[in-house]
Structure formats: structure tokens, C-alpha cells
Design a protein around this ligand. Sequence first.
Ligand code: PMP
Length: 361
Amino acid sequence: ASRFEGVTMAPPDPILGVSEAFKADSHESKLNLGVGAYRTEELRPYVLNVVKKAENLMVERGENKEYLPIEGLAAFNKATAELLFGADNPVIKQQRVATVQGLSGTGSLRLAAALIERYFPGAKVVISSPTWGACFHHLNLYVKLSQGVPWSEYRYYNPKTVGLDFEGMIADIKAAPEGSFVLLHGCAHNPTGIDPTPDQWEKIADVIQEKNHTPFFDVAYQGFASGSLDEDAASVRLFAARGMEVLVAQSYSKNLGLYAERIGAINVVCSSADAAARVKSQLKRLARPMYSNPPIHGAKIVANVVGDPALFNEWKAEMEMMAGRIKNVRQKLYGSLSAKDKSGKDWSFILKQIGMFSFTA
Ligand code: PMP
């Protein structure tokens, strides 16, 4: 008998399951709408030109593959925090951000969950309903992996308007126990494609401050949603400008197309440089037994691209191109649905939503 007799079959991952079914399907005009990965007009995966250039530079320089320190590549951590907040932001100038390179967005969220579990036992994490992907990935992250973190949902989507349930969202954040962690998508909310307006962000910040909650941002699409790094970081910067302590997980999967390189970071904005240093030391302590240290290749790509003015500008142009194509596809989808659908349904929500996702019902 197997020692593993008692191990039950885990349910397949809904998103990756769709990819498997897609691969197995032989239909010539098949489309995979499951996984969130950019495709070219020819439906091919896209490796950014700046990434190829940065990789060539790395080969030319004969860069090595030595271990990174637990917190990751210093040049990457500096670049990633500056991209997020802006290099002149007081939180950067005053060294109030603890930045640790994580295993892309997912791994960075996971590290933050470990910090919450360890230092804020019993504190609740409140999550938008729905959240990414349809499989409630955040719930998996918190419920299955981090048993010690209690969670609940706040209303987000209003099917009647195919828009934001702003009143519901505010009421639920208000009703969460004082000192909860409020998980917010920085831009291009997954899966709805619906973001709060700047004015709504201010009101969300008001309630979060009122309730002594801590905002916890998931930023997976900076620069990829609007085409502008600054515009897509406006929500996070608004909270930081209020002097609030903020958690931000970042991902370079989409905006630099580094999906499988697993490049991202967790940033914790603290009210003092001293607190930031202590938080960073604990993030490292949590990371060490989980995966020891993060990958170097993609971190160097980011550092090289951001550190070279010509490559940085080329990256911005490629992000604009990707964001532009997505907007274009939305226009075309809206156009053909409105022309073909005789039911009188208003499809304009497709144009109002932003990013790769569209919630249609
Ligand atoms: N957060 C959101 C909202 C996402 O959509 C994604 C990717 N689908 C991620 C985080 C993380 O992806 P990764 O782990 O590849 O960075």
C-alpha cells in the first residue's frame, strides 16, 4: 500500500486547465481566452525587443549566475521602487520603503501574506468580489496556503451596470474590522477590467484611513493598462502621498513580458526608515526558508532596461504599443458585437473597461 493512500486528488486549476484543453483542441480558429498573456496580431507570444537587447548585453558582458542575496538584486529593487512611486517621492527619499524581490506578483503577494500572518495574527484581509482569476486566486493564496490569515470579500462588481459597485465597496470596507488589510488592484482590475475613478480612489482612501486599515496593492499591470507607467501607478501614489503605510506587490510578467522569469517585488511603505529596515529584515527571514533567494536573469533585464535611457524609452514605446493594441481589439470587439447583436444590449462597457480582461455579464 502506498504511504500516500490518504492523499486525495486535487481539483485541476481552472485557468491552467483551460490552457491544457486549448492545447488538446485541433480547431483551426481556436482562441484561448483563459490565461492572461499578451498575444501579437498573429496570436503569438511576444518577447519585447528591449528584453532581447538587454539579454544580448548580458551575454556580451559575460555576466555570471551567482546567487543573489535573499532580498534580490539591489539595482532591481531600487529600480522597481522608483518605477512604482517615482524617484522623487518622499517615501523613496526618506528610505521608508522596504523592497524585497519576490517570485513575481504571486510570490510577492505570498510573502506579504506570510508577513501579515506572522506579525498581525487575526487581522483580516479583505478582497474584492470577484478577484483574479475566475478561480479566486487570491482566496487560494490566503486560504489554502496561509491558513492563519482570515479573509472576507468586499463588493466590487455590479452586474446591473456592468460597472463598479462603489457604494457596496465602501460599505464593506467600512464594515471590516478596524485594522484590516484591504487588497486593491492598482489598475486594470482582474477579472472585471473596471477601475475606480480618481475621485473614487480618494473616497476609498478616506474610509481606509478612517478605519485604520492598511491598503495592500496588487500591481500586475503598471504601464500595460494605460500605456503610461505613471498613470497606472496613480492609485498607489495617492495613498502614499497621504502618509499612509502601504503594501504593494509588483509583477513584471505583463509590462515587460517576463512571465516565466518570475520577476516582481513586495514593497512595504512604512512611516519611518527605521521601521522599513526592520520590516525588510523580517521579509528576508520569511523568504529564506521558502525559496532562499530569487532569480537573477529577469532582475538583471529589468535593471538594465530601466538603467539605460535608450532602452527605458524603447520599453515605454513597446508598452504603449501593447496597451494600444489591446484598446484596438476592444474597439473591434465592441464594433462587431454592436453590429451583429440585435438584442439591444449596450456593449459600450467593453470600451470603458481597461486592460486585458472584460467582464461581460
Ligand atoms: N495579480 C493580478 C491581478 C494578476 O492578474 C496577475 C497575473 N494574472 C498577478 C497578480 C500575478 O502574476 P505573476 O505571478 O505572473 O506576476
